[in-house]
Design a protein around this ligand. Structure first.
Ligand SMILES: *Cc1c(COP(=O)(O)O)cnc(C)c1O
Length: 394
């Protein structure tokens, strides 16, 4: 299996039986784990141990992390905190969002973003995604605007970078603030400029599955002193309410040095998968590039899946079957289009958000760093599963 230039289907054998139907899993060892134990992380953790800083409230690693993030994103202020979810909430408070305000976001997004708006007592206002991708549709912002609109919360999701130049221009014209969620694409580029540098406030996550990880953690980046000040006040309960530890900061700093090289490898990996999966029945990568100089960093590689009644094929079957083969495939977010009108205001029927919620599959990033032969096998298995004629009884 996996040799170049052959038909991928035949590589799996004419009598190939999916693992879910009793065949042998193609990757019995399961998907690669994350995080990887890099020498850089080891050196930093040994250093923080030698210096005795590992158990301190504050120290050089937290300061170093702030400096590096500020420099990478060309911002003045960085607030480290306990998660990306809390980073979104602190950023909303920093932007001065209060109960009764409205915050615009896409009808398909990370569930915690909707909840963060609600946590403040503000009201989510949902706009649809742009055609055939996972980007918020900037063309719908005007219809969503009201005098209560304080901010637009926009995420770079999966393989797509949100059209920040358009969103920012609209927001400026309306006096609305931009909260940029770069949790899934740290170090990515939007129209040539680094993700996390576009918002009035921008957020990162250092959660356990993320591209930069310390198990937990997050950060808010901003150029605005007033935003930073309000965030500091809301993080203050006499002590820090949502801290990031020295130990976590020490683990993250060396990963900043490794990020761009790993991102490049992930990009190459996704291109290889896309080439091998082009035209695979039921699977499409969408047309998610809003700008030629966009560069996602691929926390998740994403595709849309079209069900086929005659072949007994649908998304949940693909996900279960892929996982049985040892491939870390997941469903996308559930989205907010079905949420009740008491909880949010919706602009139109949100058909593309609904489609994304129903049809998105996500491939978790660790496998993207695999060698070419492994990636070809992953693609061959996915293609075989997508094109399989499923018995109607399973
Ligand atoms: C993971 C994630 C978050 C939140 O990060 P946590 O650190 O897990 O709380 C926010 N937004 C998006 C788009 C994410 O993928």
């Amino acid at each position: 299996m996996g040799t170049d230039g052959q038909d991928e289907r035949s590589e799996l054998g004419v009598s190939w039986v999916p693992a879910i139907l009793g065949g042998t899993p193609c990757f019995p060892e399961g998907p690669p784990t994350w995080p990887r134990n890099s020498e850089g992380v080891r050196a930093a953790l040994e250093q923080v141990w030698r210096d005795g800083d590992w158990g301190r409230y504050e120290g050089p690693w937290g300061r170093r992390l702030c400096e590096r993030l500020a420099q990478i994103h060309n911002v003045e202020q960085v607030l480290l905190c306990s998660s990306g979810t809390i980073a979104v909430e602190l950023a909303l408070r920093g932007l001065g969002v209060v109960a009764g305000d409205e915050v615009i976001l896409a009808g398909y997004d990370f569930p915690g973003n909707f909840r963060a708006i609600e946590a403040i007592g503000a009201r989510p206002v949902l706009v649809d995604l742009a055609a055939d991708g996972w980007n918020l549709d900037a063309g719908e912002l005007d219809a969503a605007y009201s005098p209560r609109t304080k901010a637009v919360l926009v995420s770079h999701l999966h393989r797509s970078m949100a059209p920040l130049p358009l969103i920012q221009a609209w927001a400026h014209s309306r006096g609305v603030q931009v909260l940029e969620d770069a949790c899934q694409n740290p170090g990515g580029r939007v129209a040539g400029r680094v993700a996390g540098s576009w918002g009035d406030a921008s957020v990162l996550s250092f959660g356990g599955s993320k591209l930069l990880t310390a198990g937990r953690g997050g950060a808010v980046l901003t150029r605005r002193a007033d935003v930073f000040q309000r965030m500091k006040i809301s993080n203050d309960r006499g002590n820090l309410a949502y801290p990031l530890s020295e130990l976590q900061a020490a683990a993250i700093v060396p990963q900043l040095d490794e990020l761009s090289e790993l991102s490049e490898r992930r990009r190459t990996g996704v291109e290889r998968l896309d080439r091998a999966l082009a035209g695979a029945g039921g699977l499409s990568r969408g047309d998610s590039m809003a700008h030629p100089d966009d560069a996602p960093t691929f926390y998740k590689a994403s595709w849309f899946v079209e069900s086929s009644l005659e072949r007994g094929f649908h998304r949940e079957r693909l996900i279960t079957a892929a996982r049985a083969e040892g491939i870390a495939l997941d469903a996308g977010f559930r989205g907010f289009a079905g949420r009740g009108g008491q909880r949010c205001r919706k602009i139109g029927g949100l058909p593309r958000s609904r489609r994304a919620a129903e049809q998105t599959v996500l491939l978790h990033h660790p496998v993207l760093l695999s060698d070419a032969g492994t990636l070809d096998r992953v693609a061959a298995v996915l293609r075989a599963l997508v094109e399989f004629h499923w018995p109607s009884t399973t």
